[in-house]
Design a protein around this ligand. Structure first.
Ligand SMILES: Cc1cc2nc3c(=O)[nH]c(=O)nc-3n(C[C@H](O)[C@H](O)[C@H](O)COP(=O)(O)O)c2cc1C
Ligand code: SF4
Ligand code: SF4
Length: 279
């Protein structure tokens, strides 16, 4: 009998919601899962968390899609997973109706390099976390009851799969679902490049009162202090939790520009805005 772990990185909450859906669905099969939060307030060390996953695990691993990819911290977590322990994995990604990119394929490839077999996967439609202030956010109402139902079906299929020996892996091409031109473009994109294009993300010191809320909330532990002011470092993933919760509005946020751009990108997306399970 395998031990089920649900590890998730969720700055804005949708990926956590899906993790909870999986936990609830597993309980229906009388399976109690161990949850690992990869993005708690203040951040987490992946090299400490990953070894908590023990032999014969079934690892449900969730990330938001960020610029067509898994967040770097989730790939760090995979790189720190124990090897040669007969592990199987079910990567899942939440996405904001723009493009799910190569996220699931990338996770499966990284898991494979560590000797982990991918047996299922899901891309789950979710509220776009860059559009929290928008009157018409992409992915509104998701993840919801229909997504929970699909995740329940995925859990049932995976549990069924795990009862057979040997376990049947997910077909190699199943997660390579984007049209080739879009996939090639997605591989080229990255959060690092996007961050460079967007410019610096630092609080305006003329507004900041040094309250420390942003430092406490940051799910990647990206902040240090300098002269009594918080300074954002390289581990920032632009999740905008600091922007959202700073009462002094010290972080710049071009909401309308972002909204227009993301709606344009969503309209040109090669994907249907829906949740899909792969098993
Ligand atoms: C920096 C950033 C990049 C994002 N990139 C994409 C993307 O490439 N495609 C997409 O459909 N959604 C994208 N999103 C939306 C998130 O994938 C989506 O809202 C996700 O559910 C957020 O997960 P969370 O609520 O667990 O943080 C992005 C959000 C942020 C903040
Ligand atoms: S939350 Fe805003 S005001 Fe408080 S320390 Fe951070 S930037 Fe400064
Ligand atoms: S956007 Fe703010 S809260 Fe999010 S990772 Fe960067 S510094 Fe931390």
């Amino acid at each position: 009998m395998r031990t089920h772990y649900i590890a998730y990185f969720s700055p804005a909450g949708s990926t956590r919601t899906v993790a909870k859906m999986i936990e609830t669905a597993l309980q229906r099969h009388e399976i109690k899962a161990i949850l690992l939060d990869l993005a708690p307030q203040g951040g987490a060390d992946m090299a400490t968390l990953a070894p908590k996953v023990k032999a014969d695990a079934c690892l449900w691993l969730g990330t938001p899609v960020y610029v067509d990819h898994a967040v770097p911290q989730v790939l760090e977590f995979i790189a720190a997973l124990p090897q040669g322990i007969n592990g199987v994995a079910v990567p899942f990604a939440t996405w904001g109706a723009v493009c799910s990119g190569v996220t699931l394929l990338e996770m499966a490839q990284h898991l494979g390099k560590r000797g982990w077999t991918t047996v299922g996967a899901a891309k789950v439609l979710a509220l776009h976390s860059s559009l929290w202030a928008s009157a018409k956010p992409l992915g509104a109402g998701h993840p919801g009851a229909d997504d929970a139902e699909k995740m329940g079906a995925l859990v049932a299929a995976v549990v069924q799969k795990l009862s057979a020996t040997p376990v049947v892996p997910l077909g190699a091409q199943v997660l390579d679902y984007l049209p080739p031109a879009y996939a090639a473009e997605a591989w080229e994109k990255s959060l690092t490049v996007t961050k460079a294009v967007l410019g610096k993300h630092q609080p305006d010191r003329s507004r900041c009162n040094g309250c420390g809320t942003c430092v406490k909330l940051c799910p990647t532990g990206a902040f240090t202090w300098e002269d009594g002011y918080p300074v954002v470092g390289e581990r920032c993933v632009r999740c905008h939790q600091c922007t959202r919760h700073c009462l002094q509005q010290a972080f710049a946020y071009a909401g309308e520009v972002i909204e227009t751009r993301l709606h344009q990108m969503s309209a040109q997306s090669p994907e249907q805005a829906e949740t899909v399970i792969y098993v």
